[in-house]
Ligand binder design. Structure first.
Ligand code: ZN
Ligand code: ZN
Length: 317
């Protein structure tokens, strides 16, 4: 099969590699589409995960099952399916406490083992979610980011009819804004530095979308940082109205009993993502703004880096 192979930081090529063969508990999917996200850019640039190279990236796939191992009974050849990329060992202490996203042996398909920027991908059957015939497959590539966003909302637990400011109009910021709106939380303001992305975010969410300068001095009961950058975090603190983020914010945390809540990947949120994407596909599918063939990986990465896209997919021919 063809696969995008990351040999070292910045060293990416499309190569012929052996087709994956399922072990007893594995499922092989013919990849229908797989997203590219900010984490992938860090992986490609060598900021994270160098110890796992060479690697086939790709952790947001859906596809059609083409082979199953002898011990697999829940999934059948021909099923359309999506993949939760999380690999939790199930045996360490955090896993036994139900906190698999804190697993001491944490791994992920497309980050620590071969992923889905390829014609085929092999995954454990426990990671596979079969999609019903009625499932809107055009939105299937969004299941993984929706599951991440839902985990974040579970951690944040916002209440309805409360204002939210979302910093960052990328895929996660837009998904969170839509999911908040669907839950009756709002009004939602999205803040992004990039005018192209602001226009996209406004079109896709219907929310109030502004530049950072336009939100200086404003406060909201709920603030989400979805830029993934130190500058974004700093802007988020600034823009809730108390200047001097690094020195002042610890005092603010004390005086105002602020909670800073982190959200790590996916935890038990994939089934809810399947339900949410299935119900709201018409609103979510337009987030997929660009599609590229595997061989166009460089152009695809460039599109993601430009910041002028929302969700960019690799779709094998
Ligand atoms: Zn991702
Ligand atoms: Zn574990």
């Amino acid at each position: 099969m063809r696969a995008v192979v990351l040999a070292g930081p910045g060293q990416i090529s499309v190569e012929q590699v052996p087709d994956p063969v399922p072990g007893p508990g594995d499922v092989v999917l013919s990849v229908g589409g797989c997203g590219i996200c900010g984490t992938d850019l860090h992986l490609v640039d060598g900021d994270i995960g160098r110890e796992n190279l060479p690697l086939i990236p790709g952790h947001e796939p859906w596809g059609v099952v083409v082979a199953v191992g002898a011990a697999v009974s829940e999934v059948r050849v021909g099923d359309a399916a999506a993949v939760d990329p999380s690999l939790h060992c199930g045996r360490c202490e955090p896993c036994r406490r139900g906190q698999g996203n804190m697993c001491q042996r944490w791994g992920a398909i497309g980050a620590t083992v071969a992923g889905a920027w390829a014609d085929f991908v092999k995954v454990p059957s426990a990671n596979v979610y079969s999609l019903s015939d009625a499932f809107p497959l055009q939105a299937a590539p969004l299941l993984e980011p929706v599951a991440c966003a839902l985990r974040g909302l579970e951690r944040m637990a916002p209440t309805p009819d409360q204002r939210v400011i979302v910093f960052g109009g990328g895929t996660i910021g837009i998904l969170l804004s839509i999911l908040l709106d669907l839950r009756g939380v709002g009004p939602v303001t999205i803040v992004d530095i990039n005018p192209v992305r602001r226009a996209l975010a406004a079109e896709l969410t219907g929310c109030d979308v502004r530049s950072p300068q336009e939100t200086v001095g404003e406060r909201a009961p709920w603030v989400i940082e979805a830029t993934g950058s130190a500058a974004g975090f700093s802007q988020a603190l600034d823009s809730v109205g108390r200047a001097g983020p690094l020195l002042v914010s610890p005092y603010r945390i004390y005086t105002d009993e602020l909670s800073i809540v982190g959200s790590m990947a996916i935890l038990r949120s994939f089934p809810a993502a399947v339900d949410a994407v299935s119900r709201h596909a018409e609103r979510l599918a337009p987030l997929i703004t660009h599609k590229f063939e595997l061989t166009d990986i460089q152009a695809a990465l460039q599109t993601v880096r430009s910041g002028n896209s929302v969700k960019t997919l690799l779709v094998p021919r």
